[in-house]
Design a protein around this ligand. Structure first.
Ligand code: ATP
Ligand code: SF4
Ligand code: MG
Length: 324
């Protein structure tokens, strides 16, 4: 399938008093059109950095050092602000992490829709706006008559998340990126949001990319999974293969930890050690201090992402190009 987005060697850092935080260190992956891709990793592994670098929405102390983000072959990172404004929301829409807090408590939901339209210099009449906003709210299973005239505080967390998705869909983007769409919600509401995203995927001709720290959510929703560890993409494969045959020792540990819910607890092995510092990351493979298979070379040289003969992509010296 054609990639709609191709990320090539994306490097992004944050400048802090102590130095640079190497939060996305040479990330490369392809997103097939009309697929669902999950970016999975533990907290502070660099998931949001990847998304924010891809959409040029890093905070002021964030810097993109190198790389390309090709959207239909065009590098987003080289676009002018004006060109980027045209693509954003109409082609690629983003629901950032914790976006619920960005809803203005003094503005009704209808005004949030109005602001979005004005920001994108779209010439819709008031009636057109109501019609389009209502259509999108219905898509996310909300009642527009109630929700459009409500203030954010009158809505539950799950409803606010739906409103944010409806806002992101307003300009009918081809790619929808969601950063942690289910975190900070109770388990039942999480399940409803996952179900909704599945429905949207079926209903619309859309490509979804979402970030989650919960590999179980990825299992439910994604076609492909990109596993991030310490600012590196360490494994990329179809969801089925990632679960059936995880290759990287870290992915293996992640899968083991969720199997715990249903399986024999005695077989569950938590990954020993702590996540790496991204200010002074470990040399070579960033996972080496925690890896039971670590070899001399792992401490010295960073393993590159290679494709195995089964089409999996993995960055680990236990595997070699075209084979195990
Ligand atoms: P979470 O699951 O908690 O959202 P994440 O995987 O999205 O985590 P990022 O937010 O991308 O992780 O952060 C990657 C690293 O960069 C972390 O070490 C984080 O502390 C650091 N970081 C993020 N934003 C900034 C910033 N504005 N300034 C300095 N460091 C930052
Ligand atoms: Fe372990 Fe070495 Fe593979 Fe890193 S490269 S995961 S340290 S075996
Ligand atoms: Mg994040």
């Amino acid at each position: 399938m054609n990639p709609i987005i191709k990320v090539e060697n994306l490097k992004a850092v944050y400048l802090v008093r102590e130095g640079t935080i190497k939060a996305a260190d040479g990330i490369s992956f392809e997103v097939p059109e009309n697929s669902v891709t999950a970016i999975v990793g533990e907290s502070a592994s660099g998931k949001s950095t990847i998304i924010e670098a891809m959409t040029k929405t890093l905070p002021p102390n964030g810097r993109i050092l190198s790389g390309k983000v090709l959207y239909n072959g065009k590098d987003i990172l080289t676009l002018s602000n004006e060109e980027l404004r045209k693509i954003k929301w109409k082609e690629i829409a983003l629901v950032p992490q914790a976006a619920q807090q960005s809803l203005n408590p003094t503005m009704k939901i209808i005004d949030h829709f109005k602001d979005t339209v004005e920001a994108h210099r779209v010439n819709w009449s008031h009636n057109e706006l109501i019609k389009k906003a209502s259509e999108k709210l219905k898509m996310v299973r909300l009642n527009p008559e109630v929700v459009l005239y409500a203030y954010p505080l009158q809505l539950s967390g799950g409803m606010k998340q739906r409103v944010l998705i409806a806002l992101a869909l307003l300009m009918e983007p081809k790619v929808l990126i969601l950063d942690e769409p289910t975190s900070a919600l109770d388990v039942l509401t999480q399940a409803h949001i996952i179900q909704l995203l599945k429905e949207l995927k079926k209903m619309l001709n859309i490509t979804l990319i979402f970030v989650t720290h919960d590999i179980a959510v990825a299992a439910e929703l994604a076609d492909n999974v990109a596993v991030i560890y310490g600012g590196n993409l360490i494994e990329y494969n179809s969801t089925f293969q990632i679960f059936k045959n995880p290759l990287h020792p870290y992915t293996n540990g992640l899968i083991n930890s969720i199997m715990a819910v249903n399986a024999d607890m005695s077989k569950v092995k938590p990954i020993p050690g702590d996540p790496p510092s991204l200010l002074n990351p470990p040399s070579g493979c960033r996972f080496h201090p925690r890896c039971e298979h670590a070899m001399e070379i792992c401490k010295k040289e960073k393993p590159q992402l290679i494709e195995t003969e089964n089409g999996a992509q993995v960055a680990c010296y236990l595997y070699k190009e075209g084979g195990r």
